[in-house]
Design a binder for this molecule. Structure first.
Ligand SMILES: Cc1ncc(COP(=O)(O)O)c(C=O)c1O
Length: 426
């Protein structure tokens, strides 16, 4: 905070634009932390919030339920192949905590007490609570808490831009899959494999090669290990498909949704499971098989009603088709961006683009943190009337999913000009 005199105070949202107290407008280039779908102040979403607020604001899911939570659960199950049950929570991190606890308790409910080990991908990110930090350990963010985190076995992610010496990309993918299979075959105590679905986002927009996720899902089946997916940042169209695991030809045992579930208007997340998992939690009360977990605002009816309207709007507005067109528009600018002096790599899928800046293109040298590239990008982008938030040296272009053609061009033009200006002296 020492480096920031003050933050601009946003007081209003208007479509794809954020407006501060002085009336300055910024195009929301990060979809307000990767969750906004339709832009701000969308009439249908605002109306449903008002309507539901007048009717029922909150009622707990402890021994009761509410109509909107029930309807949304039905809808989520219908649209999620292989999934049968829904457990609500408030945000992505809690949805992942729930996924961890369900996966671990599942084996105990089955009477298999030794299966407690978790395997996940290096470089993953699943949230900032203790359990989700353990899953997706990012040294820069989490090293101070290392002692508190539970041990997780981590396997390499096939990152194309920095393949270790001696491998082709094809060979490296085989190596990554082999590593997973070796761990599965040598450790009978593995309970579950966790990964982000389709791509690692906070880890630097690492888009998995074709079949990588499918192969892991098959290995989990072969070795009777639960396959747990995090679609919090990548589902609901962000990577171009409504259900990313379906597009990847993989079926999880447990999957978590968040961020765009309510169009990015209210905090709500969901952890879905198949019947195999659900049924293991059934029994007489005294069997103590049930899931001792719940949050105050679990299944909040205003959030659930908003999510229902949001999902109806996906259908009504044919959003997934529109996303595919916008994705092509993003793709058409990659060459131009790649040619910039300090752009090392551009990674894109659907409605997300990560532009990695380097100090030396040939050697792929990372720009030193002292250069505060992320801050310079933010400050310069504002001059171009856009809001960009980078991940270190990776400039993130993550617009609201329904952004118009002109606004997407405006965002890309501004991003290119920002990069040019900031990287003039590196
Ligand atoms: C893949 C993934 N999982 C989990 C989370 C955590 O979600 P939240 O910030 O809502 O707790 C994030 C947040 O960015 C994420 O990208």
């Amino acid at each position: 905070m020492r480096e920031w005199k003050e933050f601009d105070v946003i007081t209003k949202g208007d479509g794809m634009w954020l407006i501060d107290e002085k009336g300055n407008r910024l195009l929301d280039g990060v979809a307000s932390m990767w969750c906004n779908v339709w832009g701000h102040s969308k009439k249908e979403l605002v109306n449903i919030i008002i309507k539901q607020t007048k009717k029922l604001q909150h009622s707990s899911l402890f021994n009761l339920t509410n109509d909107k939570a029930e309807l949304l659960a039905e809808k989520l199950v219908k649209m999620s192949p292989g999934m049968n049950r829904v457990f609500y929570s408030d945000d992505g991190s809690t949805a992942m905590e729930i996924a961890i606890k369900i996966a671990i308790q599942y084996w105990q409910n089955k009477g298999i007490k030794n299966k407690t080990k978790i395997v996940s991908l290096q470089n993953g990110y699943h949230g900032d609570t203790i359990g989700s930090m353990s899953l997706g350990y990012v040294p820069l963010f989490f090293s101070r808490f290392k002692k508190l985190l539970f041990p997780v076995v981590r396997t390499p992610t096939p990152e194309k831009y920095r393949i270790p010496n001696g491998f082709t990309f094809e060979e490296y993918q085989t190596h990554c899959i082999k590593k997973i299979e070796n761990i599965f075959s040598e450790n009978k105590d593995v309970a579950a494999f966790f990964m982000e679905s389709g791509a690692q986002i906070a880890g630097g927009v690492v888009i998995y090669p074709e079949n990588f996720q499918r192969k892991i899902s098959q290995l989990c089946k072969k070795y009777n290990i639960l396959f747990v997916l995090d679609e919090i940042a990548t589902g609901f169209g962000r990577l171009g498909s409504l259900i990313e695991y379906h597009a990847q030809n993989s079926i999880p045992d447990i999957v978590s949704y968040g961020k765009m579930l309510t169009g990015g208007y209210l905090p709500l997340a969901a952890t879905l499971t198949n019947n195999r998992i659900y049924e293991s939690f059934l029994g007489k009360y005294g069997d103590m098989r049930h899931f001792f977990h719940g949050h105050t605002f679990t299944g909040n009816p205003i959030a659930c009603a908003t999510a229902l309207t949001n999902l109806e709007m996906y259908k009504k507005n044919k959003l997934i088709s529109k996303i595919q067109r916008s994705s092509k528009q993003l793709e058409s600018r990659i060459l131009e961006i790649n040619e910039l002096d300090h752009v090392g790599d551009v990674r894109h899928k659907g409605m997300i683009m990560g532009i990695e800046l380097v100090s030396n293109k040939k050697k792929k040298t990372a720009i030193k943190p002292e250069k505060s590239i992320y801050k310079k990008i933010f400050v310069e982008a504002k001059k171009h009337k856009i809001y960009l938030r980078s991940l270190g040296n990776i400039v993130m272009v993550v617009p609201p999913l329904a952004i118009s053609k002109n606004e997407l061009d405006f965002l890309l033009d501004g991003t290119i000009d920002t990069i040019k200006k900031v990287t003039k002296v590196i």
